[in-house]
Unconditional design. Structure first.
Length: 328
């Protein structure tokens, strides 16, 4: 993980992120200047009125309703130029925003790989699509980007509206049930970047994160090839027992492990679960202790999530964890 700024648009890693940062920086300086000017104008007005009031203690100095044509003209010019300047500034910012939209479209014309992202309450199902359905790799809460190649994201939702937000690459777009949205992103440097659901989607909305792994083409291809393989077969008696526990338990109703009879789709695909960095949509490290807690009672770790608690005997739990840990 990019530890200094795991989830920041201020350190972009791709062309869209850079474009966003430019526009953001432009807005920032323009608005800061406007803020300073308005502040100076407001303070000047206050000081002037205080001074005027101090001077006009005598009733003879009471304000009259007679207009002074010279100061009236001066004021008209000041107000007129302020209105003109405001219009210019607003149109300038508008044009910068529209140009950003066009930049997105020019990136969309290059086509690299396609990734389908399905938003669930409260995790991300990720399909790295292959030339044939058999080549498609299904994983969870982790998206891989080959460096320098555009990736087209097809964004859909399973239940409610979610929003895909990956600030380092400049992307943010809603996932809407019944509608497919598209976002084209490119990473230009290596790194692991954090993303997050950005549209309130229920109790665990804030715990619906994912990582984007940007890596050189060769690493990406090696990762894809490894993910395409069916699950590793158990190599120790404990792992073997763990597989039995998994296949005999309720786990198979909701999880798929390719190469076994487990075909559930309500939860994340676990075929290569041990290759993932986190559990519970980016919120806990993928380590045996957290995993034991998760299986026994995920609701103490992520209240309200859609995996039921599964009480297991200690030996069975250890075997299950050994098995899941072997699914590289
Ligand atoms: Cu969400």
């Amino acid at each position: 993980m990019n530890t200094r700024a795991p989830q920041s648009m201020l350190e972009p890693a791709g062309p869209m992120g850079e474009r966003f940062l430019e526009v953001y920086a432009g807005f920032h300086w323009v608005l800061l200047t406007v803020y300073a000017l308005v502040g100076v104008a407001a303070l000047t007005a206050v000081f002037r009125s205080v001074r005027a009031r101090r001077r006009s203690v005598e009733p003879a100095d009471a304000p009259t309703l007679r207009l002074d044509p010279r100061s009236e003209r001066r004021m008209a010019i000041t107000v007129g130029s302020a209105v003109a300047l405001t219009t210019v500034v607003i149109f300038g910012l508008l044009i910068a925003g529209i140009r950003l939209g066009y930049a997105f479209e020019s990136l969309e014309s290059e086509r690299g790989s396609t990734v389908k992202v399905v938003g669930h309450q409260w995790w991300w199902e990720v399909h790295h699509e292959g030339a044939t359905p058999g080549d498609t790799v299904i994983t969870a809460n982790e998206i891989h980007f080959p460096i320098g190649v555009t990736t087209r994201l097809r964004l859909v939702a399973q239940d409610v509206i979610h929003s895909f937000w990956l600030p380092a690459l400049g992307g943010k777009r809603d996932l809407i049930p019944g509608l497919e949205n598209e976002l084209v992103l490119r990473a230009d440097r290596e790194g692991v970047f954090r993303g997050q659901c950005a549209e309130f989607c229920g109790l665990q909305h804030a715990h619906m994160a994912f990582v984007a792994v940007a890596e050189p083409r060769a690493d990406y291809d090696a990762w894809l090839a490894a993910q395409r393989r069916p699950a590793a077969a158990p190599t120790t008696p404990e792992q073997l027992r763990g597989r039995e526990v998994f296949l005999e338990g309720p786990c198979v109703l909701c999880h798929t492990i390719r190469g076994t009879a487990a075909r559930g789709t309500a939860g994340p695909d676990l075929t290569h679960f041990a290759s993932r960095r986190s559990i519970g949509a980016g919120i806990f490290p993928n380590e045996p202790g957290y995993l034991a807690g998760w299986i026994t009672d995920s609701h103490s770790m992520k209240p309200g999530n859609h995996m039921p608690p599964v009480p297991l005997a200690g030996a069975d739990l250890n075997a299950l964890i050994a098995y899941l840990g072997s699914l590289r």
